[in-house]
Design a binder for this molecule. Sequence first.
Ligand SMILES: Cc1ncc(COP(=O)(O)O)c(C=O)c1O
Length: 376
Amino acid sequence: MLEPFTERIYVTRPVFPTIEEVTEKLRDIWAAKWLTNNGPQHTMLERELTEFLRVPNLSLFNNGTIALMVACQSLRLSGEVITTPFTFAATPHVLSWNNITPIFCDVDAETMNIDAAKIESMITPHTTAILAVHVFGTPCDVATIRDVADRYGLKVVYDAAHAFGVEIGGRGIGTFGDISMFSFHATKLYHTLEGGALTMNDEHVKQRIDLLKNFGIKNEDEVVMPGINGKLDEIRAAVGRIMLGYVEAERQKRIRLHAVYDEELSGVDGLTLMPKCAANVKLNHQYYVVRFDEKIFGRSRDYVCAALRDYNVYARKYFHPLCSEFTCYRQLNSSSPANLPVANVVGQQVLSLPMYGGLTADDVRKICAIIKSFKP
Ligand SMILES: Cc1ncc(COP(=O)(O)O)c(C=O)c1O
C-alpha cells in the first residue's frame, strides 16, 4: 500500500493574499471612512473586473446566489425556466425563490453542461428563459442556446460561477446571454471571501440591477421597485482588488497540475478525464474532475471517494446528488430519470479531485498512483 499523505488534502484550498497587503488596504478604507454603499474600493473593483473579464458592464454583489436572484428579477422571469440538474443547489433554488418552476433538461455526455440540442423539446408556453451553467468552467454550447432562445423569444442567463476569466475567441464568457453570474466565494479561483457579480451587455439592464441590489432606492425621495440588499462592502471589494493580482499565477499553477493529472490518468480504462475544448477557448482550470465507469474501471466512484480518505485525500462528489434528486424537486415531471438519462449516469460517476496552486506535481502524481492502485 502507498503511504497516506501526512496531512489532509482537500479538494481545494482558498488562495490567501498576504496579511500585509490586506492591512494596507484596510488603512485606506479607515482613512476614507467609507465601509459600504458604493465606496471607492467598490467603484475601482467594478472598473478593474469589467476590464479583466472583458465585459461591457458589471455589477458587484455580496454573493453569487443573491446576484442570480436579482438577475431573474431584472429580466422579470416567471413561469418555467429550463436549466440543468447537474449543478450546485443555488442554481435551481434561485428559480424557486423567484416563484419559477425549474425544468430540468438532460446534459451533454462530454461537457456535462446542459444538452443544447434537447432544450427545444422542453419549451412550453410557460417558458421564459434558459438558465445554463458553464459547469467546471467548460463553456456551454452558447451558439445553439442563443439560436433556440431567439427562435422562441426566451431570455438566456448563464451561471458562470465556475467560469471566471474563461474566454471564447478572445471574448469574455460573461458577454454571452442576457446576463451572466460569477461567484467570488472563497473556494473559487478568484474570490472576495464571499461575493459575486452580474455581467450584461445592455447598460439599461445594469441600471435596473444596480437599483434592485440596493432595495430599489433611486434617490432620497424615490424607491422605484422592490429590491433587496445585494451590496458588496468595501473590505471585500478591497480583498477582490488584491486577489486580481493573484489570479493568473494561480491559473498557471493549475494548468501545470491539470497536465500532470492528464498525463497520469490518460489511458486508464474506465476513466473519462476533463473534456477537451476548442482551441479558441481559454479555460481557467479551476477544477479537475474524473468520471469512473465502474463496469470498466472495476470500482465505483463512491468506492474511490471513500477509499481515498484512507490516504487523507478528500475528493468531492460534485455534483451528487443531482438537483433533480433533491426532495424539493424530485416530484417535478422533468426530474424523472427517464428524462435525464445522461445526468443520472454522470451524477454517479463524477469525482472532483484536489486542485489548488499549493499542490505539487508530486502530490498529484501520488493521488493518481493511489487511484490507479484501486483498480482490481
Ligand atoms: C454553479 C454554482 N452556482 C452558484 C453558486 C453560488 O455562488 P455563491 O456561493 O457565491 O452564492 C455556486 C457556488 O458557490 C456554484 O458552484
